[in-house]
Design a protein around this ligand. Structure first.
Ligand SMILES: Cc1cc2nc3c(=O)[nH]c(=O)nc-3n(C[C@H](O)[C@H](O)[C@H](O)COP(=O)(O)OP(=O)(O)OC[C@H]3O[C@@H](n4cnc5c(N)ncnc54)[C@H](O)[C@@H]3O)c2cc1C
Length: 291
């Protein structure tokens, strides 16, 4: 049996660990932070390859994840939902990621498709069930047992010495759900409205290179106001809170590469959930030489 140490307990590390475990590896996850303190827990976590270049790898990873999340939603996996989505775009040609997006089509000047959505508070524990998770911060990837998966997100900048990794600050506002069940997205305005089971995620901001988590009430109010303009039903929705996180972006796109006994898998920017299962499959392939 192959020993694998996965460093990182966000969506990338836990999804890889789950697939490796199912494939028969003996997996230990090392994570510095509890799941609720990861960037993954801040994510709106809706399937969409935002701010990604039209890269065939991204398309393949996203397509596999789309398929897997759809299956999980039908199987009732905790926290996994499917949302009809209306996306505002200027250009009437289908985007590069359309082949991955299931039932995508044009309707009334918008793109309509079904988007999987994940509620991390339920989903991350589901991924981690029956895995061995050790709470520890490592200072190096050397000297860890077995094959090592580096799924440390933004921390890969130091752990892998990769200066192409940098934060992109994101801010979302959570409000009560006034009965919405359709997602709305307008990338040109960095605007999204994602109804979940109990609340609605209103977004957002994408500040490339900004790495602080300081509160910004005026940004939160601007997000809310833009969303109310698009969906007036949100006008009286009670604000439940806000979340700020640092997306692990990487110049040139995500890194998924085996170097010796280390498999690097980080730099998913604003689309870690979107690519998670595709990357997990490739990590498993690289670790166990299967498929
Ligand atoms: C506001 C916002 C909205 C978003 N919306 C979406 C969306 O709708 N769809 C989507 O697909 N993505 C979205 N994202 C992006 C998504 O959150 C990220 O791509 C994803 O969370 C990256 O996951 P990760 O596992 O690589 O990193 P993380 O979640 O940051 O996990 C990193 C893990 O590594 C561990 N770690 C770090 N350093 C060490 C160390 N030295 N030793 C041990 N462990 C260590 C941490 O403790 C953590 O467990 C959003 C992000 C933000 C901020």
């Amino acid at each position: 049996m192959t020993d694998v140490t996965v460093v990182g307990g966000g969506i990338i590390g836990l999804t890889a660990a789950r697939w490796l475990h199912e494939a028969g590896a003996r997996v230990t996850v090392i994570a510095a932070d509890p799941p609720e303190n990861t960037v993954s827990a801040v994510a709106a976590a809706v399937w969409y390859p935002t701010h990604q270049d039209p890269d065939p790898r991204v398309l393949a990873w996203s397509a596999l994840a789309y398929h897997e999340f759809t299956r999980q939603a039908h199987d009732g996996v905790p926290g996994v939902l499917l949302r009809r989505t209306r996306m505002r775009v200027d250009d009437e040609t289908l985007p590069w990621w359309a082949p991955a997006a299931g039932d995508i089509r044009w309707k009334d000047g918008e793109l309509h498709f079904t988007a999987p959505l994940v509620e991390m508070a339920a989903y991350l524990p589901w991924l981690a069930r029956d895995l061995t998770v050790v709470r520890r911060r490592v200072s190096t990837l050397d000297d860890l047992p077995g094959i090592v998966v580096n799924a440390t997100g933004l921390a890969a900048r130091e752990l892998a010495g990769d200066h192409a990794v940098e934060p992109a600050r994101g801010h979302v506002v959570l409000v009560e759900n006034p009965g919405l069940d359709v997602s709305i997205r307008d990338e040109s305005r960095s605007l999204y409205i994602h109804p979940r089971s109990r609340d609605v995620v209103l977004g957002g901001t994408f500040e490339q290179g900004r790495g602080d988590l300081s509160p910004d009430p005026s940004a939160a109010e601007a997000i809310r106001a833009r969303c109310v303009e698009v969906e007036p039903a949100l006008g009286h929705a009670r604000v439940l809170g806000e979340r700020i996180g640092l997306r692990p972006t990487r110049r040139g796109g995500p890194r998924l590469e085996r170097v010796g006994d280390v498999i690097h898998c980080y730099g998913h920017g604003g689309a870690g959930m979107t690519m998670s299962w595709g990357c997990a499959r490739e990590v498993t392939e690289a670790a166990l030489r299967v498929f």
